[in-house]
Design a protein around this ligand. Structure first.
Ligand SMILES: Nc1nc2c(ncn2[C@@H]2O[C@H](COP(=O)(O)OP(=O)(O)O)[C@@H](O)[C@H]2O)c(=O)[nH]1
Ligand SMILES: [Mg+2]
Length: 293
């Protein structure tokens, strides 16, 4: 898989190159400040990183350890009784439905039996979209009509999975309702109903964040985390953005692990997030490889 994360950083690397065209062995703090801001690392985090670097000439290793530290939160899979139930949350257009099909495809490739729940009952198009993916991927789905209770969909999906011995349940949710409070209430209710239908579930709540939004997604991500509690993040559309540096600020601000990144619209365009590969992908664009000399 090596190289895929790096490819998704192409645009971010181009942005960096605009302020640091020449690779070097060390950079000054001022140079690094420009570089990190250009990559869309949030201002406060840039300052924090810069202030923690005590030397005047910053080497690759010094910066590397600071960047890795922002991605320090790790994910620990909880103990669970199958099926493993996942709730997918995030604002409209973030890439929830697409990411669900990618996850489902991945699990199916791993030999698992997956079922989808079309829990975004607010928009008819969301139900149709997930149904279309389920047909394409030949993965069963539980769907109801627009306007129906999304918790009922979650309940039915989990029950069906239990009775048929499925391994994974992935439930879509609405990204927007008439008001923020409505959305919060709906998500809290789905959470409760999942637990009713299968104690201990949902086992994992994943927040989908549109990578092209960069740092502006942080406030929104915090809101979701406060609403229902998020276990991990998936950043989508990294293929189309120069804001790769925002991953540091998002992970750091939320103290949540980034689990996957989305790099396209196809089911296979989901990559396990490897923080080392990500950080080194950026650093390779900046620092001269001293071993090559
Ligand atoms: N290029 C790219 N497009 C994506 C990615 N993930 C989702 N999309 C597109 O973003 C749009 C919104 O996605 P959708 O799954 O409907 O978002 P939802 O409203 O959160 O369910 C669709 O056109 C998707 O094809 C990604 O990783 N890369
Ligand atoms: Mg959707």
């Amino acid at each position: 898989m090596f190289g895929f994360i790096k490819n998704s950083l192409d645009k971010t690397v181009s942005a960096i190159k605009s302020v640091a065209p020449q690779k070097k062995v060390t950079f000054t703090k001022e140079e690094l400040e420009d570089i990190l801001l250009e990559a869309d690392v949030e201002y406060a985090l840039v300052e924090l990183i810069i202030n923690e670097l005590y030397q005047s000439k910053i080497t690759r290793e010094m910066l590397r350890s600071k960047l890795l530290a922002t991605l320090a939160t790790t994910y620990k899979e909880p103990e669970f009784t199958p099926p493993f139930v996942e709730l997918i949350v995030g604002v409209n257009g973030a890439g929830k439905t697409t990411t669900i099909s990618k996850l489902a495809y991945r699990y199916k490739q791993e030999g698992k039996r997956v079922i989808l729940g079309a829990g975004d009952t607010f928009r008819a198009a969301a139900i149709e979209q997930l149904t279309l993916w389920s047909k394409k991927l030949d993965i069963p789905i539980i769907a109801s009509k627009q306007g129906h209770d999304s918790s009922a969909v979650a309940y039915d999906t989990i029950n069906s999975a239990k009775s048929k011995g499925f391994d994974n349940v992935i439930i879509d949710t609405a990204g927007r309702l008439h008001t923020h409070k409505n959305l919060a209430n709906e998500l809290i209710k789905i959470n409760r109903i999942c637990n009713k239908s299968h104690e201990g579930s949902p086992h994992r709540t994943l927040l989908i964040i549109d990578g092209t939004q960069g740092n502006t997604a942080i406030a929104q991500a915090k809101a979701f985390n406060e609403m229902i509690g998020v276990d991990g993040i998936i950043i989508t559309k990294l293929d189309g953005t120069a804001k790769g540096g925002s991953l540091f600020s998002i992970a750091y601000a939320l103290k949540l692990p980034i689990l996957y990144i989305g790099t396209g619209e196809q089911p296979e365009d989901l990559i396990v997030f490897d923080k080392f590969e990500f950080v080194d992908g950026l650093l390779d664009a900046l620092f001269i490889d001293t071993e090559e000399e």
